[in-house]
Design a protein. Structure first.
Ligand code: GCO
Ligand code: MN
Ligand code: MN
Length: 389
């Protein structure tokens, strides 16, 4: 294999313990791979060249572990991190697996459940900070409904806001330098989940007491499930200064949550996503939230992890080619030229400008007649991605 595409720490490639640790079970079939301990998984990630490892509280420490068992697990995990040089950039809380969360966590109708969720999240934040995490992800796994008869959705949003405000204050009170990243998903495991897309999340964040602490963690598969253009959602987050983290994976539109290897399904969408992140100098983790096919054994899990990173780096190379391709740049240059016309109308509103725009004699017919050459531009893009340019 070409060494040009080897992962390096500067690429900030990370995986969750739950991703490479996935045992291949699904609603129709049992585990196909043996469980691996967090320590095993750290060594596996180091072997394939990852930069970091992320976890849910219970990926590391089982929910029923005794305090002394928890101490031993933490000690062993820290040693594995030290031995390998892997870091923990992100941590999160499992608020969906245990039956107590069958009707959600922060939006449950039961005050005991909502407060247990706060307790579990605060402990999970303590654990994440202890391991060095600077980003804390919130994925509301069961924050939703099957029937809207049971909950007023406005009340649910209020409950969610109360929880986020409380936890922001907790982070500030403890002096934690944590940024929160909210991850949207339209459905699954619930019939419908609240704040279904990255756009919904951005709207919600603006209503919090400390919006500056809170951004988003968009995931490819989640926006594809909703039939949306993922790059456009990520662009909105970049523009708002809210892209704190990203979950990279792949799948076709309209399917269940497949969590395929990055680039496994739609290379061209993956190309435009890498282009967006690289053109806008995204500096956060490139986190792969995906897992190996159920057909794979432990070796296949390594193929999966290497494949995610390698595809990202190959596409990054294609982005450089696109950005330096004379024919492509000539076509883009013509678009820029059109954009820079009418400089006298640029900038903020003034009465003078308003009157000039109102009075300007636009040649509607002549402007409409000009083709834009997007066919050629797109074909050249395909040729870059296909490797013949
Ligand atoms: C999913 C989600 C999760 C979250 C994880 C971190 O569809 O199951 O993507 O994998 O990303 O819980 O919060
Ligand atoms: Mn997901
Ligand atoms: Mn995710």
């Amino acid at each position: 294999m070409n060494t040009k595409f080897e992962p390096k720490p500067e690429h900030k490639f990370t995986f969750g313990l739950w991703t490479v640790g996935n045992k291949g079970n699904d609603p129709f079939g049992d585990d196909v791979r043996k469980p691996q301990s967090p320590v095993d998984l750290v060594y596996l990630l180091a072997e394939v060249g990852a930069y970091g490892v992320n976890f849910h509280d219970n990926d590391l420490i089982p929910i029923d572990a005794s305090p002394s068992a928890a101490e031993t697990i933490k000690k062993d995990f820290k040693k594995a991190l030290q031995d390998t040089g892997l870091v923990v950039p992100m941590a999160t809380t499992n608020l969906f697996y245990d039956p107590i969360f069958r009707d959600g966590a922060f939006t449950s109708n039961n005050a005991h459940v909502r407060n247990f969720a706060l307790q579990k999240t605060m402990r999970s934040m303590d654990l994440g900070v202890e391991m060095g995490a600077e980003v804390f992800v919130f994925w509301g796994g069961r924050e939703g409904t099957e029937t809207d008869a049971a909950k007023d959705p406005v009340e649910s949003i209020k409950r969610m806001r109360a929880a986020m405000n409380f936890l922001c204050e907790y982070a500030l009170d403890q002096g934690y330098k944590l940024k929160f990243a909210l991850e949207a998903k339209p459905n699954e495991p619930r019939g419908d989940l609240y704040n279904a897309t990255t756009g919904h999340m951005l709207g919600f964040i603006a209503t919090l007491d400390h919006p500056e602490m809170v951004g988003v963690n968009p995931e490819v598969a989640h926006e594809h499930m909703a039939g949306l253009n993922f790059s456009h959602g990520v662009a909105q987050a970049i523009d708002a200064g809210k892209l704190f983290h990203i979950d990279l994976n792949d799948q076709d539109f309209g399917r269940y949550d497949q969590d395929f290897r990055f680039g496994a399904v739609n290379l061209k969408r993956a190309f435009f996503l890498v282009k967006l992140l690289e053109d806008h100098s995204y500096t956060g983790s490139r986190h792969f939230d995906a897992h190996a096919y159920r057909t794979e054994d432990d070796e296949g899990v390594k193929d999966f992890a290497r494949g995610c990173m390698r595809t990202y780096l190959i596409l990054k190379d294609k982005v450089d080619r696109f950005n330096n391709d004379p024919e492509i740049q000539k076509l883009l240059g013509e678009l820029k030229r059109m954009d820079h016309e009418l400089p006298e109308f640029k900038g903020p509103y003034s009465q003078e400008k308003m009157k000039a725009i109102k009075a300007h004699p636009f040649d509607r017919k002549a402007i409409s007649e000009k083709g834009l050459r997007y066919e050629l531009l797109d074909q050249l893009t395909n040729e870059v991605v296909l490797g013949v340019r």
